[in-house]
Design a binder for this molecule. Structure first.
Ligand code: 16G
Ligand code: ZN
Length: 521
């Protein structure tokens, strides 16, 4: 079934750098690009086998998201369009780390034996972001797919969520055209904004000098006809993710390059290098930087969906479970707003989109956003069916449009941008959005420690299990601060421990974070 001799020949062209020990992290592999050819070749073999075994298309996205231009990486995509099942990450790591040709063939043969690839070639859809190393890495990945007898569709430069969407819809409709992605966004946005197509003040978007710029540029004329004027910044002339992009804006809490001079109150947003995250920001009357992060986006989406559901035919809202999924980083004020003001359920999961996505699927309407801006709104297929069977009512049409606008496979910055714009037009102003709740002051610290794995956590990373005594000491520190909350967790992407603290004042949050850092060290 698997031609190991052919694999041996093909693999020889992609030797692994000796000391390189890649592992599938929270969001896939990531490293300096020149280290990665063997990793992407081997992942091509893995996902090629998976596609053959399920007889459907799977996907690979070559990207390092918000990392600098010289890095690259890859994310593997299931036939459902969702991120690789966590159980498979270990297989990917094992394959990527195999030191000798013999080890590589052994791991591969064992995988093939459990997967039992069918006689169909299967198909792997490969996309990449704008990094200059992307084309060669995509080619190495294709060689891996071909080495195990799989078929490749290379769709070129796309956003990460576009690749996920394409895998998902290819398996439903066998269509690969990019236009399907754009038409879906435009048509659902048209439905959501029906009746409000008069020109609005522009939306200023920082594109991180990444792939999002290319895609948004293509949407500008049609969005203009729908009353949305997009003004794009950092749209490709400068360095990728350098002084711009959603990660920079959210972490540094400052205006991205070229956008500091916008007038007070201008509605602005920032997406990241592969366009799967978005955060909004504006300038206060006093010139200050005001961030509307993923927590604020979740709150806005929750307000909007609750409103749409309340206008659906009688009884609909009561029989539907609506919930918001957050991580431990969600500002305590946002959690309180969603539970106490909106009366919706909130669940907390580990950091990483795959965990939030999974938890959100448990609700009929599941809203999830990480504070960093990665998220979406999921509507359960059984709910969609019910809505389709109902009499046509504006809210029902709009709920169905939300399910089309919001990527159902993964967080999508372009969907998020358009959803927030639609809500802002539907009667919630930017000032009202800001005022939904006021963030508690918070502080994050990154600690470089000898061995981050000595810290293990439970309760969605909010409590430490080991080392013994650590949690008791953190509890004692937190108890001293009004509205205090703090946690320490090992990073899933870097060799570091992260500390988060919030409290009633900025001084108190800073002091609590320092105190917890002192305990960890
Ligand atoms: C990855 C995750 C992101 C998470 C971050 C946490 C995806 C697509 N990306 O970038 O959601 O917030 O890791 O990093 O899941 P950390 O473990 O280093 O704090
Ligand atoms: Zn990203």
């Amino acid at each position: 079934q698997l031609d190991l001799a052919a694999v041996r020949v093909a693999a020889a062209a992609f030797p692994k750098p000796e000391a390189f020990k890649p592992s599938y992290g929270t969001a896939g592999f990531r490293a300096e690009a020149s280290l990665l050819p063997s990793t992407v070749f081997r992942c091509g073999m893995l996902i090629g086998l998976k596609a053959r075994s399920c007889g459907q298309a799977c996907g690979v996205m070559v990207t390092a998201s918000h990392n600098p231009e010289q890095d690259n990486g890859l994310k593997l995509v299931e036939a459902s369009g969702e991120m690789l099942e966590p159980a498979w990450e270990a297989h990917a790591t094992q394959l990527a780390q195999a030191d000798t040709e013999e080890q590589l063939l052994q791991v591969l043969a064992a995988l093939a034996a459990t997967l039992q690839p069918a006689d169909t070639p299967g198909r792997v859809i490969i996309g990449r972001d704008t990094r200059s190393s992307g084309a060669d890495l995509a080619a190495a990945c294709s060689a891996g797919v071909a080495a195990v007898g799989g078929k490749v569709s290379d769709i070129g430069v796309v956003t990460t969520p576009e690749l996920h969407f394409t895998v998902q819809t290819f398996n439903q409709y066998q269509a690969l055209e990019e236009q399907a992605y754009f038409t879906n966004l435009l048509e659902s946005f048209r439905t959501l904004t029906a009746g409000s197509h008069a020109p609005q003040p522009p939306l200023h978007v920082d594109c991180a000098n990444g792939v999002g710029a290319l895609k948004l540029q293509q949407l500008v004329p049609q969005l203009q006809q729908l009353g949305l004027q997009l003004q794009l910044y950092n749209a490709g002339q400068g360095r990728l993710n350098h002084g711009c992009g959603a990660d920079y804006v959210q972490k540094e809490q400052c205006f991205p390059a070229g956008m500091g001079d916008l007038p007070a109150g201008a509605c602005s947003a920032s997406i990241d290098g592969d366009a799967d995250r978005v955060v909004f920001f504006t300038k206060g009357q006093d010139g200050s930087f005001v961030l509307l992060d993923g927590d604020k986006i979740a709150a806005l989406a929750a307000v909007y969906l609750r409103r749409l559901l309340s206008h659906a035919p009688p009884g609909t809202a009561d029989s539907i479970s609506t919930g918001v999924v957050q991580t431990a980083y969600a500002n305590g004020a946002s959690t309180r707003f969603i539970t106490e003001q909106l009366g919706l359920q909130v669940r907390c999961t580990n950091t990483g989109v795959k965990y939030l996505h999974h938890e959100a699927k448990a609700f009929d309407v599941g809203i999830y956003f990480e504070s960093n801006g990665h998220g979406t709104v999921l509507l359960k297929p059984s709910l969609l069916q019910r809505l389709q069977d109902m009499d046509e009512n504006m809210s029902v049409m709009q709920l169905l449009a939300v399910s089309r606008l919001m990527n159902q496979a993964v967080g999508d910055a372009i969907s998020g941008l358009l959803l927030c714009d639609a809500v802002l037009r539907s009667g919630t102003s930017l000032a009202e959005w800001q005022a939904l709740y006021t963030d508690l002051p918070s502080r994050q610290l990154k600690l470089v420690v000898a061995d981050r794995t000595v810290i293990t956590t439970t309760d969605a990373e909010r409590r430490c299990v080991t080392p013994a005594g650590l949690q008791d000491a953190i509890d004692a520190a937190v108890a001293k601060y009004d509205l205090g909350r703090a946690f320490a967790r090992p990073s899933g992407t870097e060799d570091a421990v992260r500390v988060y603290a919030e409290a009633g004042s900025q001084e108190a949050a800073d002091a609590l974070a320092r105190e917890v850092a002192g305990i960890v060290f």
